[in-house]
Write a protein that binds this ligand. Sequence first.
Ligand code: B12
Length: 285
Amino acid sequence: MDNMKNLIIDSINNFVFESKHNRILTTDTPYFEKPLVKFAVARDSLFEEYKQIIGPFHQTPHEAFEMEFGEGSFHTGTVISIVLPVSEIIRKSNRSQKDFSSIEWALLRTFGDEFFIHLLTEHIITLLKQQGFRALAPSQSKNFKTTRTDAGPTSNWSERHIAYVAGQGSFSLNDGFITERGMAVRMTSIVTDAILDADKRTVKHHTENCLFCSKGSCGACIKRCPAGAISKDGHDKNKCFAFVYSEEARQRAVALGGEYKFSAGCGLCQTKVPCEFNNPRAKNK
Ligand code: B12
């Protein structure tokens, strides 16, 4: 199935390079650069373990597929994890920010994270259908939910946990996921009944790529957070949520042409930090 994998990877790359929707209209700045695409076996036991680690509501690929296509429709298959690195121009624009996201980062939130990623997953699902397979992007499906728990908002399909299974990297002190292209990335995933070879996990511990968690050094993201939501003890999701989705941030998104419900993002903890655009632990491996 190597040909099939190559077809999927090429198709994702081409869409990111060529789509006019991967551009800020007024400046032609791309939202995303060359993606990282990795594959996980849908029956990987970690997906079941997430019912303990995250909560029983977190779907396995099997459950997500059957919610979409009906009971008994899934036997085996693959989860495709797609990491989209935020473009250098947008990352740089956010580096100089101290109190809230740059204009470019705010536009990325509505038009990159939401509209473009939706178009990209639709494109790949259509490709898989043309090849005789069924597929869905659980984060875009009607069954996707984010609920409030005491620890903060939590969804029933966590892209970072999916990326972890596929070997894309690890979590960090601030919860952000550090890939080989750093933390200033967005991610999405597709579950399919196509059987494709899986990638190997690159880390032994779920916070291995973070300098603070693995070596006790750094902690740069603590100082970058304008909401005081990050400390040596980790990330306070409720404080982060209150800041990222404040009325002020939502109105700022609208004033810039974005959507109220998506707000203006923040991402200060993902920029001007050693893990912004690469894995700071890569050289030590
Ligand atoms: C709800 C949500 C939020 C909430 C809560 C965030 C959170 N940490 O859960 C709020 C509103 C606060 C938020 C804020 C932001 N978000 Co948000 N958000 C989501 C969403 C929709 C779901 C996340 C979720 O429910 N995760 C599940 C919970 C359980 O994850 P967790 O608490 O981080 O998990 C911890 C434990 O599980 C633990 N763990 C414990 N034991 C073990 C053992 C193993 C083996 C493993 C693997 C893990 C593990 O590891 C984690 C770290 O401590 C995702 C999209 C998606 N569908 O995934 C985007 C997403 C996480 N957000 C994203 C972004 C970019 C942001 C912001 C920067 C805002 C912005 N767009 O500018 C901020 C930054 C927050 C931060 N530092 O993490 C990106 C993250 C990219 C990255 N590199 O990490 C995502 C993936 C969106 C995307 N499509 O790319 N977000």
